[in-house]
Design a protein around this ligand. Structure first.
Ligand SMILES: [Zn+2]
Length: 328
């Protein structure tokens, strides 16, 4: 399958009231594992590479992204590439410039650490440039709790501020703070489902949940039902990867060939991806507009897609998926 575009995949989950998982990739093994898991689960996914992952690769965008694009282009499910949490303006500009050539179709601009007016200005400016290059843009109003220790997990996104932020910046999706935090190692975050519903009603673009590794499967499912359309997962993959490798090395102290333990880590990530994608697969019923889905609203986005009269309730399967229509 050819490399997919984030905007097209998101448009589809908006139309079917489901969500796409976006998995953070740090190494080649992450990318191989996520795609293998997505294929086993028969789910479309996003591979996302964060600014921090780029930092790990000595600040170079191309090596890991080219590898991701190559793998995504050979996958049996649709896989798109996303740049996650770009905070550095120069690197964001570089990502926007090089994005298309590297197979990237979306970026999250994260200027939430700046004062509000500066966040709006920078997000609008770079968002316009990114969209002119054909990229789908996600951004954030106020930090997702816990990042850099700057905000407590109690941080919440206000619906009317969120709506203003989206109209001022012209972004395609909004990351919201609704109770999850980054880098959680236990799944006990309590999401504010009523706030998600309020945000979905107030904001005309899809909502993104960050810090989903700290959220139970049942809570993720409820968040999707409440209106989350992109679910970011990083830490859960790293926990699985490292645990498998640590266990393997403890049992095989004489091993020196990295392929032996990386294979274990890679399989552990794949299984985590299969399990998470299963959350969406087990949503009991989807509201499928009948007949064929035409993604709703300008930009094919959001909660404005609420055509209940022409909607039937039935079990979702992949044949329900409409063909992509155009770039976001
Ligand atoms: Zn995040």
């Amino acid at each position: 399958m050819t490399l997919a575009m984030t905007g097209e995949i998101v448009k589809q989950v908006v139309a079917t009231k489901r969500a796409v998982f976006a998995f953070n990739v740090i190494t080649l093994e992450h990318a191989e594992a996520v795609i293998a898991g997505a294929e086993r689960a028969d789910s479309d996914v996003l591979l996302q590479v964060s600014e921090r992952a780029i930092g790990f690769h000595q600040g170079k965008l191309a090596p890991l992204l080219r590898a991701c694009a190559s793998l995504a282009g050979q996958a049996c499910v649709r896989v798109a590439l996303h740049l996650d949490h770009f905070q550095d303006v120069a690197l964001a500009e570089q990502g926007i410039q090089a994005g298309k050539e590297l197979g990237v179709s979306s970026i999250m601009l994260d200027f939430a650490r700046y004062p509000h007016s500066e966040n709006v200005r920078l997000t609008r400016e770079l968002s316009m440039r990114a969209q002119a290059e054909g990229l789908w843009v996600e951004a954030e109003l106020g930090e997702i709790g816990g990042k850099d220790g700057a905000h407590a997990p109690g941080v919440r996104t206000d619906p009317s501020e969120a709506s203003d932020f989206v109209s001022q910046t012209g972004i395609d999706a909004l990351a919201v703070a609704v109770g999850s935090s980054h880098a959680m190692t236990s799944k006990d975050a309590e999401l504010d489902l009523s706030l998600i519903r309020q945000l979905a009603a107030a904001v005309p673009v899809p909502l993104v949940l960050h810090g989903s590794s700290g959220v139970s499967d049942a809570m993720i499912r409820a968040a999707i039902v409440a209106g989350i359309r992109k679910v970011n997962v990083g830490t859960a993959l790293n926990i699985a990867f490292t645990k498998a490798i640590r266990g393997f090395l403890a049992n095989n102290p004489e091993i020196s060939d990295p392929r032996t333990y990386l294979r274990e880590g890679r399989e552990a990530i794949s299984q985590t991806v299969v399990d998470l994608c299963g959350i969406v697969g087990t949503l009991p019923l989807a509201l499928i507009p009948a007949p064929p889905i035409i993604a709703g609203g300008p930009n094919g986005s959001g909660s404005s897609d609420d055509r209940t009269e022409s909607t039937t309730l039935r079990t979702f399967d992949r044949s329900d998926i409409a063909k992509p229509q155009r770039g976001a």
